[in-house]
Design a protein around this ligand. Structure first.
Ligand SMILES: O=C[C@H](O)COP(=O)(O)O
Length: 256
């Protein structure tokens, strides 16, 4: 049976943007995307801009989401934002387990799995990030690190395997993020093959696997032509409407 997965490109704005800059960026992006064959496209601005971005993107093909989320449903968790609040803001996605959150906010594999389940339970799509550091890559630990990061997620998802289409995994080698370096296409495909096998074994055949880490308009076509790369999670290039739209167009080549 052939499994069809809709390609997906998500722009992670990280801690960038302002009320003044967001509007022209999105207007330019929408004009670049107009009349194009598109994959599923989303942007994830910082929390304070979600309402603005949602208003600008309403009635457009571009969706929006958050860069992180609380694992808790509500209550005395000062400073945290729940998945249901994101749902209220019209979000479609929440990124969880980004390496910058793991590194700077000490988020653990188990906490990331709990965040993913909170997102899923609220009817949003969790984009679950995994990936090895430069030192782990040098020590040939890439697949072991990914297995360790994915294990609690797969365990949590075991009872909800039919939710596979509502879950996204993003492979982001930490050493490729914002550095201009990317693994070779063979290297990307090897890791995606490994993740695909783990997801398929867990019944998550519909789960999409994105690649992230220095994706640009200039390399997107090569990366998105790889058999198990279902799209991309884009950082720096998502802040450039033209580059981001080129990346989106490259992912559209995967549409059947
Ligand atoms: O979430 C996005 C990634 O961290 C990739 O960032 P980058 O495209 O700037 O390398």
């Amino acid at each position: 049976m052939t499994v069809v997965r809709t390609p997906l490109v998500v722009g992670n704005w990280k801690m960038n943007g302002s009320f003044e800059r967001n509007q022209p960026l999105l207007e330019s992006l929408l004009s670049h995307l107009a009349q194009k064959r598109l994959p599923e496209v989303g942007v994830c601005p910082p929390f304070p801009y979600l309402a603005q971005v949602g208003a600008l993107l309403a009635e457009t093909p571009v969706r929006w989401g958050a860069q992180t989320v609380s694992e808790h449903r509500g209550g005395a968790y000062t400073g945290q934002v729940s998945a249901t609040m994101l749902k209220d803001l019209g979000c479609s996605y929440a990124i969880v387990g980004h390496s910058e959150r793991r590194q700077y906010c000490a988020e653990t594999d188990d906490a990331v799995a709990r965040q993913a389940m909170a997102v899923l339970d609220s009817g949003l799509v969790p984009i679950i990030c995994v990936g090895e550091s430069a030192a782990e890559e040098a020590a040939c630990q890439t697949l072991a690190v990914i297995d360790r990061q994915l294990a609690p997620v797969l365990l949590a998802l075991a009872g909800v395997a039919d939710e596979g289409a509502s879950v996204v995994v993003a492979y982001e080698p930490v050493w490729a993020i914002g550095t201009g370096k990317t693994p070779t296409p063979e290297g990307v495909q090897a890791v995606h093959t490994h993740i695909r096998a783990a997801l398929d074994a867990a019944g998550l055949v519909q789960t999409r696997i994105l690649y992230g880490g220095s994706v640009k308009g200039s390399n997107a076509e090569t990366l998105f032509a790889l058999p198990d790369v279902d799209g991309g999670l884009i950082g720096g290039a998502a802040l450039d409407a033209q580059d981001f739209s080129t990346i989106c167009t490259a992912a559209a080549n995967r549409l059947v």
